[in-house]
Design a protein around this ligand. Structure first.
Ligand SMILES: *Cc1c(COP(=O)(O)O)cnc(C)c1O
Length: 361
């Protein structure tokens, strides 16, 4: 069976071993006589699946005991609302604007509280991460918000902002489990699963326990309170069971392959191959300030829109798919998440070099 090299920004490539295991278990999960998809979420079998998934994620990220892990739904977008609704006390929050996802989170927060823009890189189409020292943190701020890896623009925070002790919230949708993070530096981390973990539809929230509260605003729908999900161990209603199962398989796969440290080494190596090539190419160039380059989403262009289009077309025909850049950046984007093998990146660079020789001949 022929599989393509899939550079999609999300939903994205998954480890082939995980897909194969899911296929093997599709009709009869561990002698239950049924698929995980057909199982009660209250069954013993599923209870073990979700408990194991949580345990393995805790191990992978070294999540401290005073943090809850929630498996929710609604994607990154619903977190843009849940974060302000659940965390507001003084009704002030500070946002660092590094791309479209941060803008969307900021706009959503403005519906509920006074959202300040602490720093922004919009002036240069989000091609860099703003300076993070001397930020004018509002003394009343309930939290500081960042989007740690900017999927569309290809930038990444390599250090965290000095929040002057304020709680830090991070959207890690596209970098979770790709590099080690010290969870204790964050009040809340969230990630849609479909970039680096599993199927779209599952959303992971890691939240410090003291932020769980009963005194939510009256308008807050029951489903949007973190505490009820924490109290019911992500089983307040039917959770996205099959998605959680696949996430669990991915966690086990990561643990069997050296965990996040090993992924990080591999991701550094993969990104280096691509960026080194871009820095030496006479046709292609990266779009982002070097020190802020993402390890997950590599954005690049040529000087000509026609050549960009031709490249994407020919690459697709050669089995390198989903390389077209997001419409707000143009050009190309190669997303090289955990599950993209180094061979895929090497093959892409070979294809690019060949294309370059042909164009410049
Ligand atoms: C994809 C993405 C989102 C949006 O996720 P949905 O699950 O589609 O709501 C938010 N933030 C980041 C960083 C993303 O990459």
């Amino acid at each position: 069976m022929k599989r393509v090299w899939n550079f999609s920004a999300g939903p994205a490539v998954l480890p082939v071993e995980v897909l194969q295991k899911a296929a093997d278990e599709m009709l009869n999960y561990e002698n239950s006589g049924m698929s995980v998809m057909e199982m009660s979420h209250r069954s013993k079998v599923f209870e073990k699946i979700i408990k194991d998934a949580e345990k393995d994620l805790r191990k992978l990220m070294n999540i401290p005991e005073n943090y809850k892990v929630l498996f929710l739904q609604g994607g990154g977008h619903l977190q843009f609302s849940m974060v302000p609704i659940n965390l507001m006390k003084n009704k002030v929050a500070d946002y660092i604007i590094t791309g479209e996802w941060a803008v969307k989170a900021y706009k959503e927060a403005k519906k509920y509280l006074k959202a300040n823009i602490l720093a922004s890189s919009e002036d240069k189409n989000f091609t860099y991460i703003p300076k993070l020292d001397n930020l004018a943190i509002d003394p009343d701020s309930d939290y500081v918000y960042i989007c740690q890896n900017n999927t569309i623009y290809g930038t990444r925070f390599t250090e965290l902002p000095n929040t002057l002790g304020k709680d830090l919230v991070s959207d890690m949708s596209s970098n979770i489990l790709s590099e080690p993070v010290d969870v204790s530096k964050f009040a809340l981390i969230f990630a849609g699963a479909q970039k680096n973990i599993g199927p779209a539809g599952t959303t992971i929230v890691i939240i410090r326990e003291d932020l769980l509260r009963d005194d939510l605003p009256d308008f807050c729908p029951t489903m949007l309170g973190y505490k009820i999900h924490a109290d019911k161990e992500s089983m307040y209603n039917t959770p996205p069971t099959y998605g959680i199962y696949i996430c669990g398989l991915v966690f086990k796969h990561l643990l069997e392959n050296g965990g996040v440290e090993a992924m990080y080494e591999k991701n550094l190596a993969k990104a280096k191959i691509l960026y080194d090539y871009l820095d030496n190419s006479k046709l292609f160039k990266g779009t982002v300030v070097k020190k802020d380059r993402s390890l997950m989403n590599v954005t690049f262009v040529t000087d000509s829109e026609d050549i960009n289009n031709r490249f994407v077309k020919e690459a697709t025909e050669a089995g390198f798919v989903n390389l077209k850049g997001h419409r707000s950046v143009g050009g190309m984007r190669a997303s090289i998440y955990n599950a993209m093998p180094i061979e895929g990146v090497k093959a892409l660079v070979e294809f690019m070099a060949e294309f370059e020789r042909k164009i410049l001949a």
